[in-house]
Design a binder for this molecule. Structure first.
Ligand code: ZN
Length: 176
């Protein structure tokens, strides 16, 4: 055949041209939204990296220290093993310790009522007027973390048999 008439071809090509000019802003906005997505995912990645760095990137922060928040409901006297007789007034206390191998098991042991009394803190927690009201953990070494906590020393040397940083005690009395 002779193919389409010439004017039809022109009309077709101008249609194509028209389609191009119409689609151009669309592809421009697609390009922009693609750039926006890239920027967003870049920002998200940066946020994730910063967050990871805050928690000890590239290794996750390992919590080795724990703190028991203790409430003594009334004035008591206990015998804490070799430390002997200790007096405690009613109030809030904090005991800071560490367990390099199994922190969860150590905390569970402190919370358990049936155990062989071994550490000073075991004797205190065995008293019916003493209650653990909260537990915290930290990646800060125990002595450093203990020294960061302001509080009094109710019994010198309490919980500090293994302390090499001169904490005085690992049990502190907290201000009311
Ligand atoms: Zn210490």
């Amino acid at each position: 055949m002779h193919g389409p008439p010439r004017h039809a071809m022109i009309r077709n090509s101008s249609l194509i041209l028209l389609r191009r000019t119409v689609t151009k802003p669309h592809s421009e906005s697609a390009r922009r939204s693609g750039a926006r997505r890239a920027l967003l995912s870049g920002a998200l990645l940066l946020f994730v990296i910063i967050d990871a760095m805050k928690s000890g990137f590239p290794y996750p922060a390992v919590h080795i220290s724990y703190r028991l928040h203790i409430r003594i409901h009334k004035d008591i006297q206990i015998v804490a093993g070799a430390l002997g007789s200790c007096n405690f007034t009613a109030g809030d206390y904090a005991y800071t310790g560490s367990a390099r191998r199994n922190l969860a098991a150590r905390i569970k042991r402190h919370l358990s009522a049936s155990k062989t009394l071994h550490w000073h803190i075991d004797y205190l927690l065995a008293d019916p007027n003493v209650e653990i009201i909260g537990v915290d953990t930290s990646s800060t070494p125990e002595c450093q973390w203990n020294q960061q906590l302001s509080g009094g020393i109710p019994v010198s040397g309490f919980g500090a048999s293994d302390c090499r940083k001169r904490c005085g005690a690992h049990l502190k009395s907290l201000p009311p």
